[in-house]
Structures are given as structure tokens and as C-alpha cells.
Design a protein around this ligand. Sequence first.
Ligand code: ADP
Ligand code: MG
Length: 222
Amino acid sequence: MQLEALDVSKTFRSRRTAAPVHAVRNATLTARPGQFVAIVGESGSGKSTLARLLLDLLEPTEGSVRLDGREVGSMDRAGKRAYRRSVQAVLQDPAGSLNPRKRVSRAIGEVIRLQGMARTPAETRRRVSEVLELVGMAPAGDYLDRFPHELSGGQRQRVLIARAIALDPRIIVADEAVSALDASVKAGVLAVMADLKDRLGVGYVFITHDLPVVAKVADHVY
Ligand code: ADP
Ligand code: MG
């Protein structure tokens, strides 16, 4: 499998002046399962826009995003649904990524049920426990009933990774997924991601403004 951006550009219109903002210009990249690809750039260089293009949350102004050669923009509903499952997002934690009112079991369990990955509540709970343990939150029973505010920043990021992993994605697009964390916590979360790459064969498009962070784990840096 391969996910590609082919000569992708995205131009916004400035809300204030209506002048064009070239957020992404002619970006080309390839990501594959089992590979850790990093995209590094300074703030404002278009990284999050590129992430949203790869996740099919934005449409390119020019160029295309393709999965195995098929343009994502022209996929039918079933195709997009499959795409949304095989290419998952892990974003920086602040508000929005985790609902403060949902316990960990529900935050992860709901996406599992919604995607039809489990049939019964017991099956869902088993799968939630399994993915929590995969991201190093073991025993899962210690975390299932917690709310996001009862977790550390690093644990919340792990929950987001667990939730992405629960859908068996082939590629995870991670936008500044560890940027807000302290150095040692950051290293722990990165180690989990590298471990999942080896154990599950998942690939990453890992987006960061912080080159030293990825120098150690990346197979390829853009
Ligand atoms: P990064 O993630 O690298 O910091 P972004 O992709 O968020 O960069 O932003 C790239 C540029 O595009 C910035 O100049 C930003 O202000 C602009 N931009 C991003 N989203 C929009 C939008 N929806 N409308 C107008 N301009 C935008
Ligand atoms: Mg950004």
C-alpha cells in the first residue's frame, strides 16, 4: 500500500484582504505501512494544511492525494469510508481530540462500534483493553474508567494513538502529536509509536517543527 501526495497545492483566501495564501505549494511525498516518514518545517510552513489534505479534510487546489494510485478526491462513499479507516489521524491533544466528558473506555469504544469493528459490548471492551495495552497502558483496567483530566499529557496522547490503532489503520498522520509534551514523556510516546510500527506494521506521516525529535526514529525526513 502507498499513500501519496502528488504535486499538491492548497491556496486559501485571506479573510481580511482576500489575497491568496499559498499554504502548501507543490508538495510531493510517499508514505507506506511500516515506514516512519517525518515532515519537518517551521511554524506557518503549511504542515497542518498538508496533514488535512492527506486526511481528506481539505481538498487540494491543485494536484492529488492518492492511495495505491487512486485519487482520494474521486472515491465514492464506500471508498472514502475505507480510506478514513486505513489513514488515521493523531493530532496534538488540546481540546477537541478527546471529549472531557467521555471515559477512556467510551472514547475508544465508540469508534470501534461505529466502524463495526466489534459486535458486542464485551467484544468492544476487549478490543479497547487490547489497544490500551499496545500503547503501554497496562493493565488496561487501571485506565478504562478514567476521564481525560485524570490522565497525564503523555497518557492522553497514548489514548489518542490507541484509538487510531483500534481501527487497524495502515498509516497514521500525526500532526505535532508530541510537540506539547516534556522531553522524557515525548521520548516515551515516540517509542510507543516506533514499537507499533514494528509490531503492527503501521506507517506514519509524522509532522513536527522539531527536527531533533524525529532524527532518531524517522526512516525518511521531508
Ligand atoms: P503549520 O502547521 O506549518 O504551522 P499551517 O498549515 O497551519 O502551517 O498554515 C500555513 C499557512 O496557511 C499559514 O500562513 C496560515 O495562516 C495559512 N492558513 C491555514 N489555514 C488557513 C485557512 N483556513 N484560511 C486562510 N489561511 C490559512
Ligand atoms: Mg500546524
